[in-house]
Design a protein around this ligand. Structure first.
Ligand code: UDP
Length: 303
């Protein structure tokens, strides 16, 4: 997102507490005169002296293993962090875009998921901390929109991947790629019949950029509708990486959604957007990135 806004000629102020993020992902921007970085936790009061036109709130752990490790922070950044940034947007008369998620649909009973579906979330399950924080985030955002007339945008992001993902963040693509590169077997959770639909990062950024500049305040799904089972996906990765690893099966985490596929009719109609990068091309680019990592990076288990 930072790269895209810089390329469009904006002045970008990035803010992170690096609880799951990595400065390496933005260090190429540090010498850019239109880029600034603040080390800050948005669950604390946020002060920015400058004029702001747009605020994009993406702060949150986003991988299941992260939000299981830091559940309270996950709830706080979705709730308190969002409240602080809505307050900042109101103060600055800025438009604010909130990063929501396909997880608001929980383990969906409607397939594919349209924005009208209310979802099926277990409030007290281990994933509830993320799902409910994001659901609250949407509610408070709409309340600021309706009550204060704030200009708000809500993107519901479906599984997204690409270069600069954290190798050890636990999500399936870095997990499989790391395993392939280390010569380990690929760990499929459950029987692998659960599905996901993976969107390449450049497509995701384009969709979000268009949504921000649109005049549409209700949530919009941004994701790639090409659905695949995790088992078939593991086979694809084995083929792509040219390794002869086997697949091993591990228990399915609690409340792991059985199927997920975005209905992107709204994004097509309102934003004129649809994904351009197929899985084969996107995975190849992602693998090319992971291949450049050092052996030390590959072995590192902790962030
Ligand atoms: N998964 C897997 N092996 C792994 C990591 C994940 O089979 O090593 C599965 C996980 O159970 C889920 C899917 O891959 O069904 C996607 O998981 P991820 O954590 O990437 O994201 P989610 O969509 O569940 O938030």
């Amino acid at each position: 997102m930072c790269d895209r806004f810089i390329a469009e000629g904006y002045h970008v102020i990035a803010m992170d507490n690096l609880i799951t993020g990595d400065l390496k992902n933005i260090e190429h921007l540090f010498r850019h005169e239109h880029f600034e970085y603040y080390h800050h936790d948005v669950t604390k009061f946020v002060h920015v002296p400058d004029r702001l036109d747009y605020i994009l709130h993406f702060a949150s752990p986003a991988s299941p293993i992260d939000y299981l490790k830091i559940p309270i922070q996950t709830l706080k950044v979705g709730a308190l962090g969002t409240h602080n940034l809505l307050g900042l947007a109101k103060e600055k008369k800025a438009r604010i875009l909130i990063a929501s998620t396909s997880e608001v649909y929980g383990d969906p009973l409607v397939h594919p998921q349209t924005e009208e579906y209310y979802g099926n979330v277990n409030t007290i399950g281990p994933r509830g901390v993320y799902d409910e924080a994001k659901r609250f985030q949407e509610s408070i955002t709409m309340a600021y929109h309706r009550f204060h007339g704030l200009e708000t945008r809500i993107v519901r992001i479906f599984n997204t991947y690409g270069p600069r993902m954290r190798l050890n963040d636990g999500r399936v693509i870095p997990a499989f790629m790391g395993q392939a590169l280390r010569g380990e077997d690929l760990t499929v959770f459950g029987d692998g019949s659960q599905t996901r639909s993976f969107c390449y990062v450049d497509d995701q950024v384009e969709g979000i950029y268009r949504l921000l500049l649109s005049d549409y305040a209700l949530p919009v799904n941004i994701g790639n509708p090409h659905e695949i089972t995790i088992r078939d996906f593991a086979e694809e990765i084995i083929k792509l990486t040219g390794t002869d690893q086997k697949i091993v099966f591990k228990p399915l985490p609690k409340d792991d959604p059985m199927q997920r596929q975005p209905d992107i009719t709204k994004a097509r109609e309102i934003l004129g957007w649809e994904p351009q990068v197929g899985r084969e091309e996107g995975m190849k680019k992602t693998f090319d990135y992971f291949r450049t990592l050092s052996r030390e990076d590959l072995e590192r288990k902790e962030h």
